[in-house]
Design a binder for this molecule. Structure first.
Ligand SMILES: [Zn+2]
Length: 482
């Protein structure tokens, strides 16, 4: 016994014992701790969702930490909910497992539907004997599939039985093992019920636990499926969750290469099933995590610019969220032209440009430097002239107008007697073509970055000028001199 205790402290690989002995020792250790080592992450969203539910319910993080007792308790908890009429008919049968015999959601089973009977079904599924002649499970690849084919009553969205051409094996169902099927039965506990059902599948899987923790908490508290705080749009809910979870979670490495996919679906009894898949680019996840941790108020101001007037945070589309998901630039949202101010720090802007837009760091530094030279020139001007010059850049809608801004500024430098030109010819060419071949995108990107720098340095003065111009305009009724 003492020897086995010592073994637990040493990695098994470091022992020079024959393989069979190692396997035996490992089994013994598992049995001693009551651990199961029965489940693992599969990469399939629904099966992983069920596993996440078991882990969250047991307050564990890794599948190998689950014990027999954890599973028994989870079965009891789920069965009690699934036997309730509100869960059974308007959720399980109506949206997820139509006519399921396993969870007794089939309306004809109403009389026999008790927590004990549902629990019995789940237990016998888990203990089902493996048929060594059956094909390997198409999901986990670790066990033989059930001899009985599995279809959409018990596993969402995989087609109904009796339509063999739907399935790769040509059978009346998919080749899925009893363990994968068992896990899926716990999926209802952690879904968010918005207009449809929302599952957030992630790599690394630990992130999924963080993003679905709230759903299980709601279920424990209210005995109802989580409504995801009443959000009606999955992406709005996701960005809110991401922002909060990143601040709460200490482990920065969770976000580094995180991959997040949203499955927004229904598997209804009568209507056609629906499914929307939203992939969140990992650069976007990294950006949101960085923004939430390092410049939360800046990030909030950027998001605020994405709402249209009269928008509702839970049900209206937000331009910033949609552009981030569609791979479009949100650079214009970093500045507020109407108020002539920046919305975030240069650090966040720089992170966005390099990590998400893929702008070269040196190019960014160069634009920043040009911005500083522009500021150096502009600040020499009297108030009324300064405001007009900045407006020239703000209103540049065509490339020639953008070019004219630089030419005029160069002349101004000479008039003011400032040393050195604003830009050499090479630098000028660089400003215009720095962002690749597409001129339409390139110079607008540079313009936004330059405005950012100008607002950052000159906002206070510009705001004061604006205020006095307004006072003059409304006070004396005179023309404002530009
Ligand atoms: Zn499997």
């Amino acid at each position: 016994m003492a020897e086995i205790e010592n073994l637990q402290k040493r990695p098994l690989a470091s022992l020079s014992w024959p393989l069979e002995t190692l396997v035996l020792v490992q089994k013994l250790l598992l049995a001693m701790g009551g651990l199961l080592n029965m489940f693992s992450w599969t990469g399939h969203p629904f099966v992983d969702g069920g596993l996440a539910a078991l882990l969250l319910y047991s307050e564990k993080t890794r599948p190998e930490e689950l014990t027999q007792e954890d599973i028994e308790k989870a079965i009891k908890f789920a069965s009690e909910l699934y036997a309730r009429k509100d869960w059974s008919s308007s959720y399980l049968h109506a949206l997820l497992f139509p006519n399921s015999g396993l969870l007794m959601a089939n309306p004809s089973m109403a009389k026999k539907r008790t927590p004990e009977n549902i629990a019995k079904n789940l237990e016998s599924l888990l203990n089902e004997k493996e048929d060594p002649n059956a094909p390997i499970c198409e999901i986990c690849g670790r066990r033989h599939s059930r001899s009985k084919p599995v279809y959409r009553s018990e596993f969402p969205l995989i087609g109904s039985g009796g339509v063999p051409n739907y399935f790769p094996s040509g059978k009346e169902g998919a080749n899925i093992c009893s363990h994968c099927l068992f896990l899926v039965q716990f999926l209802p506990l952690i879904l968010y019920r918005l207009r449809r059902l929302l599952l957030i599948h992630t790599y690394p899987p630990e992130l999924m636990l963080e993003l679905h923790r709230e759903a299980l908490k709601d279920v424990r508290l209210t005995k109802l499926v989580s409504s995801g705080r009443g959000y009606q749009r999955p992406e709005n809910f996701l960005f809110t969750l991401l922002t909060e979870v990143t601040i709460k979670t200490e482990r920065e490495e969770l976000w580094e290469n995180a991959s997040i996919t949203l499955y927004y679906f229904t598997n209804p009894n009568r209507e056609r099933p629906k499914m929307m898949i939203i992939h969140v680019p990992s650069s976007v996840t990294r950006f949101v995590a960085h923004a939430a941790r390092h410049d939360l108020s800046g990030w909030k101001r950027i998001v605020a610019m994405g709402w249209k007037k009269g928008s509702d945070e839970k049900s209206s589309p937000n331009e910033v969220y949609l552009k981030l998901l569609n791979g479009e630039s949100i650079l214009p949202y970093f500045i507020n032209v109407a108020k002539r101010r920046t919305n975030a720090s240069w650090d966040l802007l720089s992170f966005y440009c390099t990590e998400v837009l893929g702008l070269d760091e040196k190019a960014l530094e160069f634009i920043k430097e040009v911005g500083d030279r522009i500021v150096e020139t502009l600040k020499e001007l009297p108030d009324n002239k300064l405001s007009a010059r900045v407006r020239e850049l703000e209103r540049a809608e065509k490339l020639y107008q953008f070019e004219a801004f630089f030419v005029n500024l160069e002349k101004l430098r000479q008039r003011l007697g400032l040393k050195d030109p604003l830009l050499t010819f090479d630098e000028f060419a660089r400003v215009l073509t720095i962002y690749g071949e597409d001129l339409e995108i390139s110079w607008r990107t540079v313009r936004n970055l330059l405005l950012f720098r100008i607002y950052e340095k000159l906002h206070d003065r510009l705001a004061k000028i604006e205020a006095s111009e307004e006072a003059e305009f409304y006070g004396a009724g005179e023309e404002v001199e530009e």
